[in-house]
Design a binder for this molecule. Sequence first.
Ligand code: HEM
Length: 255
Amino acid sequence: MGETTRMYLYFEATAALYTVTVIAVLLCIAGILTTLALWRQGKARSLHRTLNSAAVARSFITDVVFQAQILKISFVRWLMHFCIFIGFMGLLAQTSLMAFISHFSAPESFLAQSFFHGGGSRVLDVWGDVFGLTMLFGLAIAIIRRYVVRTRQLETIAKDTTSLVLLTAIGLSGFICEAFRLMDPQYADVAWYSFAGMTLSQLLQAAGIGAASYTAWVWSHAVISFIFIAFIPFSKAWHIFVSPIEIVLDASERA
Ligand code: HEM
């Protein structure tokens, strides 16, 4: 298979897709460097004691991975945050695995044989749907808390809305892509492994909406994702990087 026709399981990674990916990642890195340069202008020392590795490791597990600090405040808030976090990380892991196999392992390698054929592909189908649904569930709680129930402690600024809208649009458009792909009879035997995409596919068909261009939907989905990625350093999503660092350093200082 030529470089431009390598498969990401269902979608062809073309030169155009690579170009846009590189631009989005470079914009994200430029944003990170700009923010770091601004921070370095600060005069105060950030650490007053030597780093306590045990405290760093402990707080990484309890407060970064399991987010116990949020659980102490509110279960609903923890559930919301944990679902978005785990859903996003699960999807990131799935995409990274597929990209790795696609680019760094030979078609006859164990990884490619395991995940791009038969049972392994079905694991990826279920994986995408489980983590995609988890992320959307967390986003639904976030939207209800901010805009429907309007929890008192929350003050909503444009940044919050932009991140929530972009992530929700990414999740929903991802499932729409999948639903349209699954209308193709070639997937009939395995379609129900993508249980959420298939349910949506059947609902769309019942509403009289037939197969639309899969490629066009994937492109829309990818472009929204790239906008989200390029804006990470300037958006609410920046705390994905900053909070873990702050939390573990703070734990080390207190230990
Ligand atoms: C912020 C980054 C992204 C997130 C959170 C995200 C999320 C999702 C979700 C939730 C789905 C539906 C569930 C599933 O995969 O089974 C999906 C599907 C899909 N995504 Fe993404 N996505 C992201 C970026 C991208 C990018 C950059 C591409 C590049 C083309 C892409 C390509 C696809 C494709 C092709 C599908 C449909 C898979 C199928 O037909 O089964 N995604 N995505």
